[in-house]
Design a binder for this molecule. Structure first.
Ligand code: R5P
Length: 300
């Protein structure tokens, strides 16, 4: 393909579908990036397609952040060294957002540290619903301009099309921001559960007022499904209240370990996610809205 736009999209390993979708939508070319591991575990990386003078777009969802961060940092820094006009990062799932506080003495606040590592090597970033809890905006920790693409309209459209008479349930106070936005767009009622997390995989929830859920299909909505324990606790609680099997919707399907299988085994009717992370549950395609946000950054 000709590259009249001067934009080159590169996939970090595992992000080929995203890079291809972005290139199509942006009428840009995809470039070849060779990434492999040396026998000792170090990363080898080479821009096979020259980047001098080009606007480089790196596609890299960060759901496996430690393994992906080094190639990403090397790619961004190398593109600049090779004379790229600009380097943007498209990371539909931005990892390292959850530790936003020193909960115990001596802990690393990894969200801020990761942002500090990445920011010097990129000129902008585009992501989807980052886990903003104690940070109010990505600007609190990233020193480059960012665009946050909301998944709520797409989740709401999916729910409207697929679930008759839904009631949306947020499993914890942090989910309120996503659940209320989706509920508003879907024209459906919503409730937010009270959650207690005692450990990575030890979570319990309770429904403040089970009556509001009667006669409707429960739809659990959260930003991240990681271990799945938050959704599992919410699904079990809904079932214990005599409600129908819930549909579980997550923006980001991290699916650590057996999360997906465990959620189905706990009684979820179905698990549906976006494709910010490529999983077989990805029924909601965010690539077009992400590409539109990237086009704005490239024009800006
Ligand atoms: C937490 O605040 C998030 O919104 C999610 O509820 C959480 O990340 C889910 O994690 P897990 O699937 O491990 O329970």
């Amino acid at each position: 393909m000709s590259n009249a736009s001067g934009v080159l999209v590169f996939a970090l390993p595992g992000n080929e579908a995203l890079a291809a979708a972005l290139a199509r939508a942006l009428h840009a070319a995809t470039g070849e990036l060779a990434v492999r591991r040396f026998p000792d575990g170090e990363t080898y990386l080479r821009f096979v397609t020259p980047v001098k003078g080009c606007k480089v777009v790196l596609a890299c969802s960060l759901h496996n952040p430690d393994a992906q961060a080094m190639p990403l940092l090397f790619a961004a820094a190398t593109a600049k060294e090779l004379g790229a006009a600009a380097v943007g990062l498209v990371t539909p799932y931005l990892g390292y957002m959850r530790q936003d506080k020193r909960f115990n003495d001596g802990e690393a606040v990894t969200s801020a540290l990761f942002a500090r590592l990445l920011s010097p090597h990129i000129d902008w970033l585009v992501t989807v619903d980052p886990h903003l809890h104690r940070w109010h905006s990505l600007d609190d920790i990233y020193s480059v301009p960012s665009t946050v693409v909301p998944a709520a309209p797409l989740l709401a459209a999916w729910i409207k099309t697929n679930i008759p008479s839904p009631v949306l349930i947020g499993p914890d106070a942090e989910s309120e921001q996503w659940v209320s936005a989706v509920a508003r767009e879907a024209g459906a009622p919503h409730v937010v559960l009270e959650k207690i997390r005692r450990g990575d995989r030890d979570v319990s929830v309770s429904i403040p007022d089970p009556q509001v859920l009667r006669g409707r299909t429960p739809v659990l909505v959260d930003d991240i499904i990681s271990t799945g324990r938050t959704m599992i606790a919410a699904a079990k609680h809904a079932l214990a209240q005599g409600l129908p099997a819930p549909v579980c919707i997550g923006v980001h399907a991290v699916f650590a370990g057996d999360a997906h299988e465990a959620l189905l085994a706990a009684g979820a009717a179905r698990v549906v996610t976006t494709n910010t992370i490529p999983q077989k549950t990805a029924a909601i395609d965010i690539n077009a809205v992400v590409a539109a946000a990237v086009a704005m950054q490239l024009a800006g």
